[in-house]
Design a protein around this ligand. Structure first.
Ligand code: ZN
Length: 249
């Protein structure tokens, strides 16, 4: 299968010697694709400006299975998400979403849901009134698409229904624990029922409709802690862009 055409979003760029770049794309048809853009930093390059981080376009590449780096034939821009780039907070979160996809998604495994999620999140990011809330919705849905979504409606250990105003979230067991199972994980942390309901809402709501949802400071704190710990557990590290958000925004 040599020449392939697919939609793609640039999720990572890395310089390679003087004039080249290694680009990681996320595509609906091939999952993550890593490719070399030869001569892209020279003034004469056709591809020059189009291969910036977060750009969405149509990728033409020479596909060889079992080869670590593919070769880019062409990339024509569909959307550069300029409105995101004009705002420091939004572009910083945009980079975090790209880094999260790069950290968890695997190469060669097609997952069109992840591509659609990334693309629609970038589309909503420019207009989002509560950017951290959009980030929590992205994290939760991305974990769902990748098969790591937390259990929120029933106990993650015994599947019984959950009751009470204060619930226990267990990263190790993959979601909420009931009163009888709480003792199974000494590192659970408590979450108000309202925060758990909000998480369930983020799982189902249209991303464009998030501007109608109001989250309290406590909701924000609890959601960030739960999803952040969950992501750290699955990536086995703290993402650089997330550390940057915590330090500067
Ligand atoms: Zn239980």
């Amino acid at each position: 299968m040599p020449a392939q055409k697919t939609q793609a979003i640039v999720i990572r760029t890395f310089p390679l010697r003087e004039f080249h770049k290694i680009i990681t794309f996320y595509t609906p048809d091939f999952g993550k694709v890593k490719a070399v853009a030869y001569g892209v930093k020279s003034a004469k390059s056709r591809l020059g400006g189009s291969l910036e981080l977060l750009n969405h376009g149509t990728l033409l590449f020479d596909h060889r299975e079992n080869r670590e780096l593919q070769s880019i034939t062409d990339f024509s821009l569909i959307n550069g998400f300029d409105a995101i780039r004009a705002d420091f907070t939004r572009i910083t979160y945009g980079c975090y979403f790209a880094e999260l996809v790069d950290a968890i998604a695997s190469e060669g495994a097609a997952n069109p849901e992840i591509f659609d999620l990334l693309q629609s999140t970038y589309q909503c990011l420019a207009q989002a009134t509560d950017v951290p809330l959009l980030a929590r919705a992205f994290e939760l849905r991305f974990l769902d698409c990748a098969g790591y979504g937390p259990r929120l409606s029933r106990c993650a250990y015994c599947s019984s229904t959950l009751a009470g105003q204060l619930l226990a979230f267990s990263v190790r067991h993959g979601g909420m624990l009931c009163r009888q199972c709480e003792y199974r994980d000494a590192s659970t942390f408590s979450m108000a029922q309202g925060s758990c309901e909000l998480l369930k809402m983020l799982r189902k709501s249209e991303l464009g409709g998030l501007n109608r949802i109001r989250a309290s400071e406590r909701n924000h704190r609890e959601l960030k802690r739960a999803l952040g710990s969950f992501i750290e557990y699955h990536t086995e590290r703290k993402l650089k862009s997330l550390r940057f958000i915590e330090r500067t925004l």
